[in-house]
Design a protein around this ligand. Structure first.
Ligand code: NAD
Length: 498
């Protein structure tokens, strides 16, 4: 059985804790590998390696750091097919989605290639007599990233590409459900020329996470995962004096106004709701058509599209989506479908009990569609994270807009309309962090930044882009003067410089 180790100080290191987790092939349900789960002392060793690497790495000039990023980007492109296949076989998303996963991470690496510009400080000449003021953005030290299963390439790269380009050294603790791609990223980063100890990948569970949160040498932690864990990470990390950003779950709404281009909306929503088996934090699992006529038309059209969806194994080029990640997750999604029915929503299409010929033990869930879902229902209030679309009917735009604004999550939202004024007002006023106008999955490009509101994110600073660069650096401001001769009559007067 293949064993997945750790990558510490530039070397593959076998686990010594004796604890492992099974890695499944979600297409077949078989265990395909075992991953080592690190103990606290193994984590401590990785942090020591990162600490030892920090002085030299932070002293490397930004252009040289950028060159390693350029080389890493080249290697990602060269290994795209290999990474996508590895990802699909562990996660279960289809190859096209896996390529997208790698590509969106690669784009953050591209942004990180611009670090010499992004990390520049500010300068004021002659802020006072003979006095100049300048600021610099310095790296923090050893930083860490704790990532979820659903984007095992993109999310690690959101974090370590920005942190390391800025001069930090890094501990990546990937999801224990699909760690092979993060490990491969670590190897490619070394191949790109990163010195040993700059990026360490340590596999593990809560034990490893707690060791990161409690270690005094770790200065900043970035987390992406479910909201309860995000809140825990934020509370424990900040209580230990660390800088923390912790992104959580989501329940993104798509509002369809009566004037929307229904063809486009339906096509977009079928991909956004069911693509990647709904296991995306920017999926669109709730649709709010405005007016009964819009709702009836949407239900009719989406039902036709759902009937055409092909669920298949993750390497099937014709499949729209593959299995969910584990048997436990399949059971959880199917449980939500049962609860939804019990709560009184209308289950129009039931994806439970789906079986793929030849892959009867795979973790497949067929597409489900609910109508007449209402706030207050458990299945509306909570994140399902599966191929389940829920329709909530509203009479007016105001009523529809209140739904995402009042929801506990505030990651993304979309509006479908031809009315520019309505879209503009909606985008400005909705209580959600990322908005799409006729765009179903509004994940910002790498030179903007990613972050939700409310229980979708704890902490103030977003992922990647210039916000990311801020998160991974601290500002130092220098006020300097070079007085000539005797300073007696040039005494520095505080607080004014007049
Ligand atoms: P998860 O919260 O179960 O796991 C995320 C990470 O936390 C993993 O590395 C895991 O090992 C660790 N972890 C799990 N339980 C822990 C505990 N008790 N203590 C300490 N650490 C623990 O999330 P997941 O199932 O891997 O990912 C899916 C979730 O992530 C969904 O809720 C999804 O919405 C969310 N997500 C959010 C974003 C975003 O940017 N907002 C992006 C992707 C995924």
């Amino acid at each position: 059985m293949r064993e997945i180790h750790h990558l510490i100080n530039g070397r593959s290191v076998a686990g010594t804790s004796g604890n492992t987790a099974d890695i499944f092939n979600p297409n077949t349900g078989e265990v395909q590998a075992k991953v080592a789960l690190a103990s606290k002392s193994e984590l401590d060793k990785a942090i020591e390696a990162a600490e030892a690497a920090f002085p030299a790495w932070s002293a490397v000039n930004p252009q040289r750091r950028a060159r390693i990023m350029f080389e890493f980007k080249n290697l990602l492109e060269k290994h795209m097919d290999e990474l996508a296949e590895l990802l699909s076989l562990e996660h279960g998303k289809v190859i096209a989605d896996s390529r997208g996963d790698v590509q969106r991470g690669l784009e953050v690496v591209e942004f990180a290639c611009g670090i010499p510009h992004v990390q520049k400080g500010e300068y004021t000449n002659a802020a006072g007599p003979g006095i100049d003021v300048y600021s610099m953005r310095q790296p923090l030290g050893v930083c860490a990233g704790i990532t979820p299963f659903n984007f095992p390439a993109m999310i690690p790269m959101w974090m370590f590409a920005m942190a390391i380009a800025a001069g930090n050294t890094f501990i990546l603790k990937p999801s224990e459900k699909d760690p092979s791609v993060p490990m491969r990223l670590g190897e490619l980063f070394l191949e790109a020329g990163a010195p040993e100890g700059v990026l360490n990948v340590v596999n593990g569970d809560k034990v490893a996470v707690d060791a990161i949160l409690d270690h005094p040498s770790v200065k900043a932690v970035s987390f992406v995962g479910s909201s309860d864990i995000a809140q825990y990470i934020y509370a424990r990390g900040t209580a230990n004096g660390k800088r923390v950003q912790a992104m959580g779950g989501a329940k993104n709404h798509g509002i369809i106004l009566p004037d929307a281009n229904m063809d486009q909306a339906v096509k977009d929503i079928v991909g956004a709701a069911y693509g990647s088996a709904g296991e995306r934090c920017m999926a669109l699992p709730v649709v709010v058509p405005v007016g009964q006529k819009t709702a009836d038309e949407f239900i009719e059209r989406i039902s036709d599209e759902v009937a055409k969806l092909k669920v298949g194994i993750s390497t099937d080029k014709d499949a729209h989506y593959g299995p969910v990640v584990t048997a436990a997750h399949k059971a959880k999604v199917e449980d939500y479908i049962r609860i939804g029915q019990e709560e009184g929503a209308d289950l129009l299409i039931d994806g439970r009990g789906f079986s793929l010929q030849g892959y009867e033990d795979g973790f497949f869930v067929g597409p489900s569609l609910f109508d007449n879902v209402k706030p207050g229902m458990k299945t509306y209030d909570e994140e399902i994270f599966g191929p389940v679309l829920q329709v909530v009917r509203a009479e007016t735009l105001e009523e529809a807009a209140r739904l995402p604004s009042d929801h506990q999550y505030g990651n993304g939202v979309a509006i479908f309309t031809r009315n520019g004024r309505a879209a503009r007002d909606f985008a400005a006023s909705v209580n959600v962090g990322m908005v799409g106008v006729n765009v179903p999955i509004p994940v910002p490009v790498s030179y903007h930044s990613f972050g939700g509101w409310k229980r979708s994110a704890f902490g103030d600073t977003n992922q990647y882009g210039t916000e990311g660069a801020r998160f991974w650096t601290k500002v130092k401001t220098v006020t300097q003067r070079w007085p000539e001769g005797d300073v007696g009559d040039q005494a520095f007067i505080i607080p004014t410089m007049n």
